[in-house]
Ligand binder design. Structure first.
Ligand code: COA
Length: 198
């Protein structure tokens, strides 16, 4: 994904999907009011921006996802897979240039896409980064003319909070489950399907 920047609003989603500034700041920074948090006059200072991922981001993407792959919250992705599909990814980049969040939009048909690989670094969680990433991915899905985006997740409450509805796994085409073949939990899967109509 690439293109002109668009701002993320506090509660809404951007019209243009490709790159968006957020008001997200790391928990510690927000609490302490240091750079990255609210400005001295109380105005928010953008501390992380969502943009399309580039190949140079792959090492940081691997490091960001690794702990969540270990816990089973994310599927493992090879270096090859990340490079091959890098254009599907967006990243949240902190002011210092480090990547603190990521996510991807996989397109299955003219109507259906999937949000996958959504992750926020632990010290940046609960600061709106996940919301910003999801907003950009949903806006991209809408811009592509998709009518539905699904997610398969162990964190359904996050998605339900942000406009998704519970769904039956069986309502999605078989190719969606191709990922399951490489999942270590394929015989004991506890992922929930959620879907958002666009
Ligand atoms: C799930 C995850 C992406 C959320 O990112 P985040 O940046 O912490 O989320 P945000 O701060 O943007 O939260 C947005 C809203 O969702 C809520 N939310 C966040 N995580 C939640 C969870 N696990 N359960 C319920 N609600 C949650 C927040 O409270 C917030 O709601 P509010 O605005 O009403 O307060 C992050 O916790 C993460 O990376 N988890 C590990 C990897 C993972 O499980 N990814 C999902 C796989 S598909």
């Amino acid at each position: 994904m690439s293109g002109s920047p668009a701002r993320i609003e506090e509660q809404g989603e951007p019209r243009a999907p490709r790159s968006a500034a957020t008001h997200a700041a790391p928990r510690a920074a927000r609490t302490a009011g240091v750079p990255g948090g609210a400005g001295a006059a109380g105005s928010p200072v953008p501390a992380a921006a969502v943009r399309g991922a580039a190949l140079a981001d792959v090492p940081q993407l691997e490091a960001l996802m690794a702990p969540y792959v270990a816990t089973g919250d994310l599927l493992p992705r090879s270096n090859y897979d990340l490079c091959r599909h890098i254009k599907e990814y967006v990243v949240a980049e902190a002011a210092g240039g480090e990547i603190v969040g990521c996510g991807s939009l996989k397109i299955y048909s003219r109507a259906l896409g999937e949000v996958a690989g959504l992750a926020v670094r632990s010290d940046w969680q609960s600061a709106g980064v996940g919301r910003a990433l999801l907003g950009v991915l949903v806006a991209e899905a809408r811009a592509q003319g998709l009518s539905e985006v699904l997610a398969l997740t162990r964190k359904p409450a996050f998605f339900l909070r942000l406009g998704f509805m519970p769904a039956e796994r069986e309502q999605f085409p078989l190719k969606v489950w191709a990922d399951c073949a490489r999942c270590p939990r394929q015989n004991c899967c506890d992922e929930i399907a959620v879907v958002r109509t666009l």
